[in-house]
Design a protein around this ligand. Structure first.
Ligand code: GRF
Length: 203
């Protein structure tokens, strides 16, 4: 299935997804990387990997719905069948989430349902959790609340800072997301039923 990847920034998760799909051609292949920010570093990486790119600059639209409709059009033009959000920092309206219901995934840097929203690593440290991690879930209209497809557990270590914890979680994001995307592209129902559980070394 043709995958569209939505990014806003450096795109390290996008890179992990594209490299995994290119390394072992399977049920999913990268069809488009789309950024809402023209300066997103991930655009260059995607081009270097030979994946078509597009920019839909949110600042050019008067409201979220019209931005979302433009994103939909670009995804449709590229023949996208499945969407993977990867550090896509926009609140989506039903124009986008409704169009892709059951066909849109996201990665979130916490063990949902803990810490939806922003600043997850700082909040995990402040809460004193011993285990943190990341989650790949289906996107629904409620932010960071769709059905969970996979999670990776990451230990919090003494002396961890937001940056050190973020780096340890990011490594697991790069392991988790390609596995879940491949499983979901192959068989969504089986992926929903058999959630992926990963554990960082030492956890
Ligand atoms: C990742 O931690 C992702 O989980 C979060 O934003 C970050 C994006 O990083 N939503 P990248 O652009 O994939 O490198």
């Amino acid at each position: 299935r043709a995958v569209g990847i939505l990014i806003s920034g450096r795109g390290s998760n996008m890179t992990a997804l594209v490299e995994a799909m290119q390394r072992a051609p399977g049920p999913a292949h990268p069809a488009l990387v789309l950024s809402n920010r023209p300066g997103a570093g991930g655009l260059e990486t995607a081009a270097r990997l030979g994946v078509p790119t597009a920019v839909v600059d949110h600042r050019a639209f008067p409201d979220r719905e019209r931005f979302d409709a433009a994103v939909n059009s670009r995804l449709a033009e590229a023949g996208v069948e499945l969407v993977a959000c990867a550090g896509f920092m926009r609140i989506m309206t039903p124009v986008l989430t409704g169009a892709w219901a059951g066909r849109m995934l996201n990665i979130h840097p916490s063990l949902l349902p803990l810490f939806p929203g922003l600043d997850t690593h700082a909040r995990a440290l402040a809460a004193g959790v011993a285990i943190h991690g990341c989650t790949v879930h289906e996107v629904t209209q409620e932010l960071d609340a769709g059905p969970i497809l996979g999670q990776a557990a990451v230990p919090v270590r003494p002396g961890d800072t937001e940056a050190s914890l973020a780096a340890r979680v990011l490594e697991q994001e790069h392991r988790l997301y390609p596995r879940v995307l491949a499983a979901f592209a192959a068989d969504p129902a089986a992926a929903r039923a058999g959630r992926v559980a990963l554990f960082a070394a030492g956890s």
